[in-house]
Design a protein around this ligand. Structure first.
Ligand code: GLN
Length: 223
C-alpha cells in the first residue's frame, strides 16, 4: 500500500512561531488531508537530532531577535543537512526570522550580528529609519498574495543571478524599502516576510502542497 503519511519538520516550533506562523503548518496539513494524505509534525528544537531528507517538508517560522539569537547558536549543527536539502530542490518554507537565518547574517538593532546558516547568498540588516509593519500585497509566479509583515530586518540579495524574489510588491515593503520585491525563491525553497499566515492564500498553499507531494513520491520510492 502506498505510504500516505507526509512528514513535516517544524524547526524550533517552540521558539520561532510569531504572528500565526504555526497556521502555515496547520493549513498545509488541511490541504494534504483533502488529498487523502495524513501528516505528522516533528518539532525539531534545541539539541534535537535532524536529518532533513527524512521529511517531505521543512518549515521554519518567524521569531523575535532574542529567540533568533538562541536558535542561531543551535543551528550550525543542521547546516550540512539543510544545505543539501535546499540545494537538491526539496520543499522548505522560511518565514521572516526563519527566512533571515537561511542567509549569511542578520545584523540587529543592538549591533549584534546573528550568524545565519549561510546556505543562500543574502543578508539582512536592521536600519533605524523604519520598522516594516502592515498589510502586504504582491504578485508571485502563482498569482496575487495578501499577507501581513512585521520586521525590522531589511534583506538584500548578494547574488541576483542565483536568487529570484518570490514576488513584486503591490503594497507594503517586502524585503526592504528600496527593491520593491518580496521574499525569495530558490528551487523549492521559499523565504518570505509574509505572516498572516502566508498559506491562507490558496494559490501558495496549492503550490507548496504540489512540491511536497512530488518530493514525497520520490522519497518513498527510493527507500
Ligand atoms: N526579528 C526579525 C526582524 O525584526 C524577524 C521578525 C519576525 O520573524 N517576525 O526583522
Amino acid at each position: 500500500m502506498a505510504d500516505k503519511t507526509i512528514k513535516i519538520a517544524y524547526l524550533y516550533e517552540d521558539l520561532m512561531n510569531t504572528y500565526g506562523d504555526s497556521g502555515d503548518v496547520k493549513i498545509i496539513q488541511f490541504w494534504l488531508k483533502k488529498q487523502g494524505y495524513s501528516s505528522q509534525v516533528a518539532n525539531i528544537s534545541l539539541g534535537d537530532p535532524f536529518n532533513a531528507f527524512d521529511y517531505d517538508f521543512v518549515f521554519f517560522g518567524g521569531g523575535q531577535d532574542f529567540e533568533q539569537t538562541v536558535v542561531a547558536k543551535d543551528l550550525p549543527r543542521h547546516k550540512e543537512t539543510l544545505s543539501a536539502y535546499i540545494k537538491a530542490g526539496r520543499p522548505m518554507l522560511g518565514v521572516c526570522g526563519g527566512y533571515q537565518l537561511v542567509g549569511t547574517y542578520y545584523k540587529t538593532n543592538s549591533e549584534v550580528t546573528i550568524k545565519g546558516l549561510d546556505i543562500l547568498p543574502f543578508h539582512t540588516v536592521f536600519k533605524a529609519d523604519k520598522r516594516m509593519i502592515g498589510d502586504t500585497r504582491y504578485l508571485s509566479e502563482w498569482g496575487e498574495v495578501t499577507a501581513f509583515e512585521n520586521h525590522s530586518g531589511q534583506t538584500y540579495f548578494d547574488d541576483q543571478d542565483l536568487l529570484e524574489p518570490l514576488g513584486k510588491m503591490i503594497a507594503g515593503y517586502g524585503n526592504n524599502p528600496q527593491d520593491g520585491v518580496e521574499g525569495l525563491r530558490y528551487r523549492n525553497f521559499i523565504g518570505t516576510y509574509s505572516h498572516g499566515p502566508l498559506l491562507k492564500n490558496r494559490n501558495m498553499a496549492t503550490a507548496i502542497s504540489k512540491m511536497i507531494l512530488s518530493w514525497h513520491e520520490e522519497r518513498i520510492s527510493t527507500k
